[in-house]
Design a protein around this ligand. Structure first.
Ligand code: HXC
Length: 510
């Protein structure tokens, strides 16, 4: 009996060594943790239960039958993050570069199926070279099975990918179908085909970092939602994100204890908007002063900075924030900002997370670059996302809400539940100068007349009251009471019950 127990321990020990001491050392020398070390950092201490530790590949081509390694390049199982169940798989780069074989795919599929059946988030830690070349179509088929499960789980359970090494092929397509992708700076790359293939096909010379490093994917392509300096930081930040997310689309949003009363007012907000309407201010200050204890998890912080998206809590419960940022391009809506915010709003709506929208937007960005780039369709994505969302929607216009952008930004007309404005709000088709030059074109040569028309336009339209008179704004509120008012609105909406008409799925302009 004792021998059998020893045999189990010995087998486990061999499996834990993955591709062997030399490859583990190489992993560490590159500043990366191993798959098991990553899981240990990510999950609550001692909570990891591993599945399929002894699975091996079945390939016999290219002499593969002589190189079988228990676990076959991926560590899978489940554990907890601050007590809540999370399924996890971590690619083991020390075993065939973490590449995916038929059996490796089956291990991932098993945890995907379990996560979906048990309605819990799934997190993939990627450090892998795509399909196992020696297995050919068996590996390709394995990927497609993983992709299919990504799609079926989309909108049912949160799926998060963390890119922690060089990733290619299927190891970028599966993450691309998950809700969030995070990367580690300087050690992680994502590309469909690597620099060598690029050189052969297009004759471009490009480094892995230039082709698919964290800075490219967080600032240019917007593939990644955030990047961190090292493995540990990335894993701890993903734990923080998971704390904000519900377990599934049928679970309530998580609620934790709130240590900051919502009854307190904040007088500094009364002077946040500068007297000069063309001067910027930082909308993140308003977000920080609205959420509990200033705790805000921003998504895509380095991309389309003219709109801010992220999670916070009010009275302990998760809320999604979307806010125009007057500090960047005056908060204008362009294609990138629209796509970024649309995806975020749709995530919130999938998972029952209320959306709070702060509006200070001078309109959509004019110009050929935007029009040729498909601004009409990208802008429509955000409009579509806000309009279809049935979660509680609370909107606050702090300053400008001009033109189509007024409509788009969770206006009353798109089923905004509670729409507030500060007294500094200006809700109009456009700013005074542009408006007067169009409707009083005949007086353009007479500065006195133009000044009079401008004053009249400003007095009449550049305030929240025309909209408030029509009921498009439910109430004009004092800036200092913002947190309290939004908290009250969200409390009111806790039992909101709204359904869209039945459909197979919508046809959002992609
Ligand atoms: C089998 C692989 C492998 C793969 C790496 N290895 N990728 N084995 N299949 N796909 C092995 C290497 O042979 C090596 O084994 C070990 O992993 C480490 O790889 P290195 O190349 O030494 O590491 P590095 O220099 O860091 O480069 C990592 C890499 C590179 C950028 C990932 O290995 C690479 O380009 N791999 C191929 C990527 C690729 O084209 N994959 C197929 C994509 S198609 P030893 O024994 O020496 O340690 C695909 C289809 C999916 O995925 C469908 C999508 C729609």
């Amino acid at each position: 009996m004792k021998e059998i127990l020893h045999e189990l321990e010995a087998r486990r020990e061999r499996a834990r060594m993955g591709g062997g001491a030399a490859r583990i050392d190489a992993q560490h020398k590159r500043g990366k943790l191993t798959a098991r070390e990553r899981i240990e950092v990510f999950l609550d201490e001692g909570s990891f239960e591993e599945f399929d530790m002894f699975v091996e590949h079945r390939s016999t081509d290219f002499g593969m039958e002589k190189t079988k390694i228990a676990g076959d390049g991926v560590v899978t199982g489940w554990g907890t993050v601050n007590g809540r169940t999370v399924f996890v798989f971590a690619k083991d780069f020390t075993v065939f570069g973490g590449s995916l074989s038929e059996t490796h795919a089956q291990k991932i599929m098993k945890v995907q199926d379990m996560a979906l059946k048990n309605r819990a988030p799934i997190v993939g830690l990627y450090d892998a070279g795509g399909a196992r070349i020696q297995e050919g179509v068996a590996a390709l088929g394995g990927y497609a099975e993983v992709f299919q499960r990504n799609v079926l789980a989309s909108g049912v359970i949160p799926q998060i990918s963390v890119i922690m090494g060089p990733c290619a092929g299927g190891d970028v397509y599966s993450p691309a179908m998950t809700d969030f992708i995070f990367m580690v700076r300087d050690t992680s790359y994502m590309f469909v085909t690597g620099p060598d293939v690029v050189k052969t096909v297009t004759n471009e010379t490009v480094t892995a970092e230039e082709l698919g490093g964290a800075s490219v994917h967080t600032t240019k392509s917007s593939i990644a939602d955030g990047a961190y300096d090292n493995d540990v930081d990335a894993l701890l930040q993903v734990r923080r994100l998971i704390d904000f997310l519900p377990q599934s689309n049928t679970s309530p949003v998580p609620e934790i204890e709130c240590f900051q009363s919502v009854e307190e007012t904040d007088a500094s907000l009364d002077t946040l908007v500068p007297a000069n309407a063309n001067k910027p201010y930082d909308i993140k200050e308003l977000i920080a002063k609205t959420v509990d204890e200033g705790d805000f998890f921003e998504i895509q912080e380095s991309f389309a900075k003219n709109i801010v998206c992220g999670f916070g809590r009010i009275e302990g419960a998760t809320v999604g924030f979307v806010a125009n940022q007057p500090m960047v391009l005056a908060g204008v809506l362009d294609s990138d900002a629209s796509r970024k915010a649309a995806r975020f709003v749709r995530f919130c709506d999938c998972f029952g997370i209320p959306v709070v929208t702060f509006v200070d937007v001078p309109g959509f960005l004019p110009g050929t670059a935007q029009e040729y780039g498909g601004l009409i369709k990208h802008g429509a994505k955000l409009l579509f996302a806000f309009a279809e969302a049935t979660v509680p929607k609370v909107t606050l216009i702090t300053r400008k809400a001009y033109g189509g952008a007024y409509d788009v930004m969770a206006s009353k007309h798109l089923r905004g539940d509670i729409n507030y404005a500060w007294p500094t709000a200006q809700i109009a088709v456009m700013g005074a100068k542009g408006a007067v030059e169009i409707i009083f074109r005949k007086d353009i040569a007479d500065p006195e007349k133009i000044a009079a028309h401008t004053k009249m336009y400003e007095d009449r339209f550049l305030s929240p009251f025309v909209a408030a008179e029509r009921g498009y704004i439910d109430e004009v509120i004092m800036p200092h009471s913002t947190r309290k008012r939004i908290a009250r609105a969200l409390r009111l909406l806790r039992n909101k019950d709204l359904e869209n008409p039945w459909k197979k799925h919508d046809n959002i302009p992609l």
